[in-house]
Design a protein around this ligand. Structure first.
Ligand SMILES: [Zn+2]
Length: 546
């Protein structure tokens, strides 16, 4: 009897949820006046995309690409309030609504003290790579296990009794895996060596037929013989050939060399969005009983941005091409699901610094910064203070990990060693600030914006013993013409924040906005619980009265 009651109860809970979701998915209010819900939410992240790109290249945008989203709610004063601005932490922050001190993705990889080696942020010894329809490869596969807490996608799954589908796509594994969260139906990313979209046994045992078919058709083939030539409208570069693949005498296209070349061209976004269309079609996203979520991380912007910098003609052409690709994608989305039934958001995981060449030319700061000098300075200082030992386990910006065994052997208190290391590192030209683990954990850094940002990026188990922040425009790259990101400075930390769809009031909003506010806003608009660690504030000014 008790069992039957439980079954009945479960049935009625599921029916209520179903009814709620069905009503939500129709895009209308139900009899009780419950607010409308979209059939599909598409969350786009462009890897390394600064808000100034949307202004500088706006005259060249077509009507329904970026301009479609710019006609929605446009938050023009949005940034990451943390000190590490790179892909893994950025994606984790956007989708959990929390900073690395909460979600634990403190870098793309970090030194794991218990394993005694560096780990990748989505590494998972328990998972295998799935790259064929036949089953998993022997290669290790990644998963979201290192992500602490739930994402918006997880909350959507919980609230719909797992009827909402969540699919996440990227060219990089972490950019696909972290946005979906722990309960995503699948995450797919691209293997540049093979030209295939793959996944992990964490999600499925074998590639779905549609993914295997997409791979078999080898979308890269469409670009054989093509050069990357600037569009006629690209300012300062019209018609210029940026790169052309030159095959060797015995090479056939698309071989590994060609795939490597293709991976540095805007054509990758075309391939990625083709894959996203197949996901929508084959997974029937936006056709189910509850709101579905598709996350797409456009990663090639990061590869090209590193190579050429934010003020290059390559970057201009890439941005204008991204606009065209998005316009085509939105138009297909309209055909497949109906834009009336869709909400679309766009943001970025981080921005980027100008190249050292640009920095020097305009006397902005140091320019290229050689990180190797930090390890030498700190090792020397610790040896002088406490005796000859191998004092360092790992130095990888922004962290210094000390050799705890050496500290124990010489009976040096951790706090003392950290302070010595921090002061030696801070003396290196280009290092702007150094906070110790003890300072960050005890809150004794003093009140400063930089200390707050460092604390937001600091996780007790995963972060290092010293946290370094470089001066503005000190760019840790070896070449004058390449560049990178990762700092708390606005060129790295400021990102676009666009929300488009029936729930959002169009307008340009200059109010303060943080990356963590995106899912806080969507959770409210979708009637969901906030993700477990979310700290963001809903961007209420852009939410329509419901
Ligand atoms: Zn990057």
């Amino acid at each position: 009897m008790r069992k039957r009651l439980l079954v009945l109860l479960r049935f009625s809970v599921v029916s209520c949820l179903l009814l709620f979701s069905l009503q939500g998915a129709t895009g209308k209010r139900d009899a009780s006046g419950a607010p409308s819900r979209p059939k599909l939410v598409v969350m786009i992240v462009i890897d390394q995309f600064r808000p100034d790109y949307l202004e500088r290249f706006r005259p060249y945008f077509v009507a329904r690409g970026f301009n479609l989203l710019l006609s929605g709610a446009n938050f023009v004063n949005c940034r990451y309030d943390c000190a590490i601005t790179v892909t893994g932490p950025g994606h984790a922050t956007l989708f959990t609504g929390a900073y690395p001190n909460v979600h634990g993705i403190v870098e793309n990889g970090w030194y794991d003290r218990s394993l005694g080696r560096a780990v990748h942020c989505v590494e998972d010894p328990a998972a295998k790579l799935v790259d064929t329809a036949e089953g998993p490869a022997q290669q290790r596969g990644p998963s979201p296990r290192n992500l602490l807490g739930s994402t918006l996608g997880d909350e959507l799954r919980f609230a719909s009794d797992f009827q909402s589908k969540v699919i996440s796509i990227g060219l990089k594994d972490q950019a696909a895996i972290l946005p979906g969260g722990h309960t995503a139906n699948a995450a797919y990313w691209y293997q540049s060596g093979t030209g295939r979209f793959v996944t992990s046994t964490y999600y499925v045992a074998a590639l779905p037929d549609w993914v295997a078919k997409f791979n078999q058709q080898s979308p890269a083939k469409d670009y054989c013989g093509k050069a990357w030539e600037a569009l006629a409208e690209t300012p300062g570069a019209a018609g210029k050939v940026f790169t052309r693949f030159r095959p060797g005498p015995s090479e056939t296209c698309p071989d590994a060399n060609f795939l490597g070349w293709l991976n540095g061209t805007p054509y990758m976004t075309d391939i990625e969005l083709k894959f996203a269309r197949e996901a929508i079609r084959n997974e029937r996203l936006g056709q189910g009983p509850a709101t579905d979520l598709l996350t797409i991380s456009l990663s090639v912007n990061d590869y090209i941005g590193h190579e050429s910098g934010p003020y290059s003609p390559e970057l201009a052409d890439l941005t204008i091409r991204t606009d065209r690709y998005l316009a085509d994608f939105f138009s297909d989305l309209d055909r497949m699901v109906g834009l009336d039934n869709v909400w679309i958001t766009l943001s970025a995981d981080h921005g980027v610094a100008p190249t050292p060449q640009f920095v020097k030319e305009h006397q902005l700061g140091l320019g290229s910064f050689q990180a190797g000098s930090i390890a030498t300075a700190v090792q020397q200082a610790l040896s002088q203070a406490f005796g000859e030992e191998q004092w360092l386990r790992s130095v990888s910006l922004p962290y210094i990990y000390l050799n705890q065994a050496a500290l124990q052997k010489r009976q040096v208190p951790a706090e003392k060693a950290e302070a010595e290391a921090a002061s030696a590192a801070a003396a290196v030209p280009g290092v702007g600030a150094a906070f110790t683990r003890t300072q960050l954990l005890t809150g004794s850094t003093g009140e400063s914006p930089l200390a707050r940002k460092a604390a937001n990026s600091f996780h007790r188990q995963r972060s290092g013993d010293v946290f370094l922040i470089l001066d503005p425009y000190a760019v840790p790259v070896g070449s004058e013409t390449e560049t990178t990101h990762g700092s708390p400075w606005n060129y790295d930390a400021q990102v676009p924040m666009l929300l488009w769809g029936s729930a959002f009031k169009p307008g340009v909003y200059a109010v303060p906005c943080q990356a963590i506010d995106l899912v806080a806003t969507l959770a409210v608009a979708l009637g969901l619980n906030q993700p477990s660690g979310a700290q963001g504030q809903p961007l209420a000014s852009a939410l329509k009265e419901q």
